[in-house]
Design a protein around this ligand. Sequence first.
Ligand SMILES: *Cc1c(COP(=O)(O)O)cnc(C)c1O
Length: 407
Amino acid sequence: MFVQRTLRQAVKAHSAFTSSPAAYSAKVLSSRFYSTAVAPLDASKLEINASKNKKPLQENSQLVFGKTFSDNMLTIEWEAGKGWAKPEIKEYGKLHLDPSAVVFHYSFECFEGMKAYKDKNGKTRLFRPDMNMKRFNKSAARIALPNFEDEELIKLIGEFLKVDDRWIPKGRGYSLYLRPTMIGTQESLGVGASNKALIFVIASPVGPYFPSGFNAVNLLATSDKVRAWPGGTGDAKVGGNYAPCIKPQLDANKEGYQQNLWLFGADHQVTEVGTMNCFVFWKNEQGERELVTPDLDGSILPGVTRDSILSLARQWGEFKVSERKFTMADLVKADKEGRIIEMFGAGTACIVCPIKKINFEGKDINIPLDPSDKTSQAGKLTKRINDAIMDIQYGDVEGPKGWSVVV
Ligand SMILES: *Cc1c(COP(=O)(O)O)cnc(C)c1O
């Protein structure tokens, strides 16, 4: 009864808004009517219509990132003036969208990347899901898509993981990759805020990023294109940021480099590695050991892995930890003076990805790995960070409060 009444009120509110926005705003401000009328995201309304069809699982050794998906998916529709509809878990399958849906024309799309892990007691864990939800909401707001209640989506993902539990691969390095996505579904070519949206969450079982041990990468510094800029959307995980990254990636591949290094500005500030945050561990000009990553100035994606590495390194307290800009000239100088210790990229897919070479303006800079072990493909700190984060993700070590969440 209550729900029906609030929905009816919401519809009335919406038509009041369209007929006289100014008068409506005044009414909203005085009564806060609107905020109580639109339905919040509510996990308790979940409807489970799970697939009867149980697809065969793949061997752990056969898993390829993002190729196969679990039996089901989570979907939640949103409509302006009404709010979030009841969430549903249903068979994984195609979406039915109108060709005019704004997602296809103006990139009303944002997403998250996170993983579910099986611990040694068979419990399912998420790693800092609160940070993913906060970032998801921030990305959505940047492209005028609706916000939702963080806690409710975490609960719903927990329910989804219960339904598709058998899809979470066991073993260290194995996990179920989760892709929460939000799209604008308004059926109109008008360029404006979407009056309809859809959240969906799909899941893909994945193996370790480096199946046979670390593999350090060679980078080509991109000099003719930038990934992000001040005031842009570089700090939001919006789809529109990614398609333009592929060409520079292919150009790097053509020259024999696995990834590209993103620079910014006339002084060639180092920003990100492909779609990972970038870290350098060096002896700085003052002779101090220092771990540096670019500060979050609006053009850097605020990685959960980035934040976790900074927290752990600060907790260890063994060297200086800085969030600040550094340039290619700083790297070239440090290389000449033999001060670079290690470099790596960081993100959920790999945790850390060691870097062994950077080509900048036709010259190679060789980055050390582990001088004490010539066969090693990763530096000592890189390996230590990887192990420390994995230990927490798989629940083998109790990390900082709230990092590893049992669902
Ligand atoms: C997702 C992403 C990262 C890494 O973020 P995590 O939360 O650590 O996975 C870094 N840079 C870009 C551009 C990204 O899209």
